[in-house]
Design a protein around this ligand. Structure first.
Ligand code: NAD
Ligand code: UGA
Length: 422
């Protein structure tokens, strides 16, 4: 079993640390955030992620998982150092590598000889070389091993991946990284670093493309009187298309699709290819936020000025507490900019976010509302008392941007219902 340092205790780092320890490795996970580390040492998990708490406790109780402040304190005895730090969007759309470089600078002087540094953060083509240069160590190899987990099912995805991608020019380092996934059954693709780095961006961009495509088809459905639910069902049975990532909604968001799609456009531009298809995918997504606002405006009678909108859902999707680049927040702020009074509820968001102080229950936000907008697909929204909701609202009108609710049942209760593409 290997000694692994994981640098960064966020969605990816914490999941990587907990899962590698559950596979039997000795893991030390480092973060720069002292409070985060203190909470983790007490067994408190700072993010909502199914199964993570149990795995962290199991690792800590078994003595295979520790948390420390500072990357250098994790790296001293590491055979492998996994970089799981942020790669946010820079001003020009490119990925900002400053966290990666800082982490590499911290671990470079202390890594044992023959250690392997692994880029798990999503990094542009050429970053393996950047890390090599910053480390300044001839006896340390840098390997790319991108991560494909989804928030909300991170542990499951890490332990049951569709594939493991390893990018390295050094075959023995690639084999060493592959051997860490002992007990995980998945195809392993060993390739060169630029290909591994491109696989990660191409995969996210393709998924974003599927969603923008289906959101565009939903717009067509509205224009021609078709029902997008039936259309995607009919498309999805074609095995070449598949059912996944064909749910129309308020647009895609989250901590990765927005920044990664822009980063790939930038990577392509810099390399001399104008990726107009992906630019279009991003534009369709921006339009989708506006289309949802337009639906609320229309139900409100043509203007949002002075209109009270109840919002259900603030996270970028259900089963996570993450609000980074959330379509719900974008739509709420666009409505507020048109003069709407937005009152919001989300089962996973308790603290104020981007000027919105969330209510403590879903009914409160319906009180006196002119329109209700469902922006995140939390299952619990389906099972609420809609007679009570209708009674609380000034007028029972709902924009269901996730096609989550039962349209016929709501209309029977007197609601005016608008979904997406139906
Ligand atoms: P995050 O913001 O949740 O976590 C990053 C953590 O790194 C933070 O806790 C931060 O304090 C810490 N950190 C920053 N610099 C550090 C340093 N020098 N030493 C120690 N800790 C440091 O980020 P995330 O969502 O886990 O994403 C990390 C990377 O993984 C990004 O490149 C992202 O694109 C990629 N990724 C994310 C997901 C996802 O679902 N969130 C999935 C696949 C890939
Ligand atoms: C996404 C990818 O699915 C992961 O494979 C990848 O590792 C990760 O990005 C990353 O690189 O960070 P995640 O951001 O957790 O994972 O969320 P997704 O489940 O992909 O959803 C992204 C957005 O698309 C959400 O806003 C979601 O509501 C939306 N979506 C998704 C739809 O509107 N329709 C769909 O059919 C699917």
């Amino acid at each position: 079993m290997a000694q692994i340092a994981v640098i960064g205790a966020g969605y990816v780092g914490l999941t990587t640390a907990a899962c590698f320890s559950s596979l039997g490795h000795d893991v030390v996970c480092a973060d720069i955030d002292e409070e985060r580390v203190a909470r983790l040492e007490r067994g408190e998990i700072p993010i909502v992620e199914a199964g993570l708490e149990a795995l962290v406790r199991e690792g800590m109780d078994g003595g295979r998982l520790r948390f420390v402040v500072g990357a250098e304190n994790a790296a001293r005895s590491a055979e492998f150092a996994y970089l799981c730090v942020p790669t946010p969007q820079g001003d020009d759309g490119s990925a900002d590598l400053s966290y990666i470089e800082a982490a590499a600078r911290q671990i470079g002087p202390v890594l044992p000889s023959e250690a392997v540094v692994v880029n798990k953060s999503t990094v542009p083509v050429g970053s393996t070389r950047v890390v090599e240069r910053v480390l300044g160590r001839d006896d340390v190899t840098v390997v790319s091993n991108p991560e494909f987990l989804r928030e909300g099912s991170a542990v499951h995805d890490f332990l049951n991946p569709d594939r493991i991608v390893i990018g390295s020019d050094d075959q023995s380092a690639a084999v060493r990284v592959a051997s860490l996934y002992i007990g995980v059954t998945a195809p392993i693709i060993v390739t060169d670093p630029p290909s591994a780095e491109t696989i990660k961006y191409a995969s996210n961009a393709f998924l974003a493309t599927k969603i923008s495509f289906v959101n565009a088809i939903a717009a067509v459905c509205e224009a021609v009187g078709a029902d997008v639910k039936d259309v995607v069902l009919g498309m999805g049975y074609d095995k070449r298309i598949g059912h996944e990532f064909l749910k129309p909604g308020p647009g895609w968001g989250g901590s990765c699709f927005p920044k990664d799609s822009r980063a790939l456009v930038h990577i392509a531009d810099t390399a001399g290819y104008a990726f107009d298809l992906l630019r279009g995918v991003i534009t369709v997504n921006e339009d989708q936020f506006q289309r949802v606002v337009a639906k609320v405006r229309e139900l409100a009678g043509g203007s949002l000025d002075g209109v009270t909108v109840g919002v259900w859902g603030l996270t970028f999707k259900a089963r996570t507490d993450d609000t980074r680049d959330s379509p719900a927040l974008r739509i709420a702020s666009l409505m507020a900019a048109e003069g709407a009074e937005v009152q919001a509820y989300d089962p996973a968001v308790k603290a104020p976010v981007e000027g919105i102080a969330p209510a403590t229950d879903p009914y409160t936000v319906c009180d006196g509302a002119d329109v209700l907008a469902v922006l995140t697909e939390w299952d619990e929204f389906r099972w609420l008392d809609f007679d009570k909701v209708a009674g609380l609202m000034r007028t029972p009108r709902v924009v269901d941007a996730r096609n989550l609710l039962d349209k016929a049942a709501l209309e029977r209760r007197g609601f005016t219902y608008t979904g997406i593409g139906r």
